[in-house]
Write a protein that binds this ligand. Structure first.
Ligand SMILES: [Zn+2]
Length: 321
């Protein structure tokens, strides 16, 4: 079963979280197989993004969807991991062309330096006209050096957007997608007013630096193979750790929130002409969900109804309610 464990370093302004996605992650891969499996390098990318997105959602406890999306200029055009407040997650990627064996982030998504990573927070109860919050970072570092790992991109994002020192270790194979996050908590009264902290202040905490160094000794193999308790003991046995009980109401799991209604709205957005020409061509419109593989079919009658104002529709079961 997938698990998320949160912990604190007693007396220190440092907290952490460890996630291990098993059944839910395997479900993502199984559904993908039905429409054609991605190369292993892309599966690792998606797994690391899924683990990272769950950690980020659990870390901020945002009442809405957290969407981690990378846009690439290499063979991977887009990769997305989306996590709901109850930690239900889904992930997908679009690949066009050949993926070189052993490809890392640069060869996958940042061949021409145009790759981007966007984190979107889409509130559940969005007010009319309210835009979702979005932060964007490039896939290169401060010296324009291309980054090779998702974890480096996200550490950079968190430093920029939240001004928080963060260390991430991510890893994935076909059974497990896992991640460890360590974060320096903002200390109250410590020059925490706007404009008073800058990136120079960050990195000065001796406690955080020690814990960050210990974190960096964790190998991907260990992160994938060992149970959370063992990883924490192996890294931090000299620290005083308080590990919280898992929150039963937020266990990471696979779930897709696509629906016939959403696809219908998407087709409406496409316009009447486009939808009707698809009907003329194939007799029906078929739309597959990229996340879960579900197929939605609409025939000529469905499409006709879509573009007819409700008051002109003949009374049917829906109108009687
Ligand atoms: Zn779906």
């Amino acid at each position: 079963m997938s698990v998320l464990r949160k912990f604190l370093f007693e007396g220190l302004p440092v907290r952490g979280m460890l996630v291990r996605l098993t059944d839910g992650w395997q479900e993502v891969l199984r559904r993908r197989q039905t429409v054609g499996e991605h190369p292993p390098e892309v599966r690792v990318l998606m797994g690391e993004m899924a683990a990272a997105a769950v950690l980020m959602q659990a870390n901020i406890k945002f009442n809405g969807a957290l969407v981690l999306q990378m846009q690439g200029d290499g063979p991977v055009k887009i990769a997305v991991a989306e996590v709901q407040p109850d930690l239900a997650f889904r992930a997908t990627a679009k690949v066009v062309g050949e993926v070189p064996a052993g490809a890392q982030l640069e060869a996958l998504m940042n061949v021409h330096g145009q790759g981007r990573c966007a984190i979107t927070l889409d509130p559940k109860d969005r007010l009319p006209g309210q835009q979702p919050y979005q932060g964007v970072v490039p896939l290169h570092g401060d010296q324009r050096e291309p980054l090779q790992q998702v974890q480096q991109v996200l550490e950079h994002y968190m430093l920029q957007s939240e001004q928080l020192d963060t260390r991430l270790v991510l890893a994935a194979n076909d059974e497990v997608a896992a991640g460890l996050l360590i974060q320096r908590m903002p200390v109250e009264g410590e020059g925490n007013l706007a404009g008073q902290r800058n990136e120079d202040d960050i990195g000065l905490s001796e406690h955080f630096n020690r814990i960050a160094m210990l974190t960096a000794t964790l190998t991907r193999e260990e992160l994938l193979a060992l149970p959370p308790e063992q990883i924490l003991h192996r890294l931090f046995w000299e620290e005083t750790l308080r590990v919280f009980e898992p929150d039963a109401s937020a266990t990471p799991r696979f779930a897709c929130n696509c629906s016939r209604e959403r696809v219908r709205n998407m087709l409406r957005g496409l316009g009447r002409g486009e939808s009707e020409s698809l009907i003329a061509e194939r007799g029906e419109v078929e739309v597959g969900c990229e996340f879960c593989g579900l197929q939605y079919r609409f025939d000529a009658v469905d499409v006709g109804e879509m573009f007819t104002p409700v008051r002109d529709q003949p009374p049917g079961p829906a109108a009687v309610q």
